[in-house]
Write a protein that binds this ligand. Sequence first.
Ligand SMILES: [Zn+2]
Length: 271
Amino acid sequence: MTGEVIRVCHGLQVLKFGHFLAEGVPHGFTLRSGGVSTPPYDSLNLGFHVGDDRLAVRENRKRLAEAQNFSLQELAVGQQVHGASVVCVSQELCGRGRDSDADAIPGTDGLITGEPGVVLMAHAADCTLLFFYHATPEYAGLAHAGWRGALAGIGTVLVDKLARLGCRREAIRVALSPSIGPCCYRVGREVAERVPVKYHRHVLAEREQGYYLDLPGIQRLQLLEAGIPGDNLFVSKYCTCCHGDMFFSYRAAGGRTGRMAGFIALPEAEL
Ligand SMILES: [Zn+2]
């Protein structure tokens, strides 16, 4: 099964990717409904760093963990800085970023783990979350990228790291979350000029005296170049800005809004 599906569990909507479901990989990308946060964070804001009431974010995370059957103590969250660094997370780092952004794993937008019982989590509201899974040896990965992280090549960095750990590039499965699409992502000339020329005709459009960037598109091209087969690479059809009713969108909200969460863990070992 390929594609994506929105599942409802305990009143929370969570988007799932077909090719991870097929392998029994616990994962998901939240939508904005089903939480307790009030406007402009309504309602399932899962980010501590956006100015929302901390207790509301904790309650939202608790609801997500219950609905998706993991423990908050298993969470590992990075302090996202729009960079390209990737940290390998072991169980000792579990709990980091669980209750506040201050104790999240510093300065990293990319997380990987080869250990069961570790739930990687990242946040976005228009940026792309990239989900990775490799079965033997078993590794899961999660990365956050807006244009800075994408142009810094975080997807490639993460794939290279998995390859060094013994993963075969042709067997890595990747899914890109809903994020802002080329329909809505107007960028300035200074951003457009930083996009490598070889990608221009695929990911940059000039209209209405501005530039429109295909953020998931550029990451898809980078991942193909990094050796991920096209059949293993899924890109969500949703633009977060076009669907501001379903997703938090920084652009659609004009700045202040909540954050969705992506999470992924290794499947539970068969006993
Ligand atoms: Zn759009």
